[in-house]
Write a new protein. Sequence first.
Length: 265
Amino acid sequence: MPPEAFEPRPQVAASHYWSRSYNSKERLNSYWHQVDEVLRLEARSALEVGPGAGMVTGWLRRAGVQVTTLDMDPALHVDLHGSVTDLPLDDGAVDVALCCQVLEHLPFGEAQPALAELGRVAQSGVVVSVPDATPWVGKAYPLYFPGWYLQEARGRMPSSRRALVRGLLRREVRLRDWVFLRLVPPTWELGGPAWELSRPPVPRGPWRPAPGTEHFWEVGAEDTPLERLIESVHDAGLDVEQTYRVPENPWHRFLVLRSRPDRSC
């Protein structure tokens, strides 16, 4: 679809991405999930579409990931200028494509071509987040356990019971460390699972983003339920490996996607 086929939504000033109001605690939690998903996919290289303030960019680069940034706004000083629906990269150019809080700025019909492009340039997977306005009631449990502390304590823990008792008596091993390692499952070291009500008792009628706002659509709005977005994912030749909402910021829904071997897009 050519740019003139739809009326673009207003573009925010570049300084907006560095403002105190934009980078809230909730958004920082979402940044954590962006980084965590890319690192979980063991990416050595990544394309980041819509880097905003560059917090995730810097984080990933310091973690050893070669990040290429792309945006349509030249004021953001990105590596590549262009649209997510027509990425200026070769097939399989990066390990992971990261595109968070971007697709809703395009008409919903452009989501499938954009997802297909992201899948085309990514070898290992695609990480996407979009706004989800569906009512959400839940929490994460436990909220956080310091993984670095538990990993370090596990490395110092004696391998035998006799050595453990000796270490405790000599105060070479902390009882606190042993108790934490016994009680905390390894899967909780980077934040626990989330509990949520499947049908929150929140009154809500049909709605859609108002004209003149930045978003063309959001998950949970009229005509764009989650099922329709997942259908667009499949049409783009991708499978949903997992999808979840960030408990500390449930307005952000993440989708971790993998290319199908038989994709024809």
